[in-house]
Design a protein around this ligand. Sequence first.
Ligand SMILES: Nc1ncnc2c1ncn2[C@@H]1O[C@H](COP(=O)(O)OP(=O)(O)OP(=O)(O)O)[C@@H](O)[C@H]1O
Length: 234
Amino acid sequence: MSEQSVIEISYLNHYFGKGSLKKQVLSNINLKIEGGKIIILMGQSGSGKTTLLTLIGGLRSVQKGSIKVLGKELYGATPNQLVQIRRQIGYIFQAHNLLGFLTASQNVQMSAKLNKTIHPREIKKRSNAILEAVGLGKRINYYPDALSGGQKQRVAIARALVSSPQLVLADEPTAALDSHSGRDVVNLLQKLAKENNCAILIVTHDNRILDIADQIIYMEDGRLVNINEPALNL
Ligand SMILES: Nc1ncnc2c1ncn2[C@@H]1O[C@H](COP(=O)(O)OP(=O)(O)OP(=O)(O)O)[C@@H](O)[C@H]1O
């Protein structure tokens, strides 16, 4: 799938509010992301990064324009179709959202269960194998409270990758981490992404992780500006 677009966005516009309070937050976004690529999305606070990420992730409805994710059009998609697409995407957020009453292994297994492609008998084995791969082999039965920030974020990565998604969306995955843990987490993300030929779109303010990107794109007032073409808008 490496040459095919995992994300294809054309003339996407998005608005918040109604009537005189209506405000345009995304303007004519066009973007293609291919399989296996790591794309970093940067931009000032309020420029529209999270709005774009949540639209791509099927977490809000497309109002105008087109977003195709893994070949499926999100514009006009029914809630049921959006659920199906969401199951094919791995999400990693700043607040890792682990369930405190489940162990690391159970948190990962729960995500794996949602993906009907994994045989029930394989779920535990796969979950523990991926925790091993992120360096938590000795912590699989720990509850989140007993793990450090970096370890929790590794569980979140394991959870996002357990079903081998072709797309991972990460919103500020290193924001809560010190520089050492942040570096570990992105190195891991890069390694696992390349192994699984998975595209990763990362929203970040963290300049220390830019080197892992195949491409860096900037957002300014709801518009995309490619770093390779700075004359366009900067
Ligand atoms: N639910 C909402 N209702 C109204 N306005 C919103 C809503 N969510 C975001 N906005 C506005 O849309 C614009 C884009 O917000 P968004 O969160 O996408 O920016 P961002 O680039 O991710 O910012 P940050 O880096 O601070 O997370 C901002 O002006 C914000 O105030």
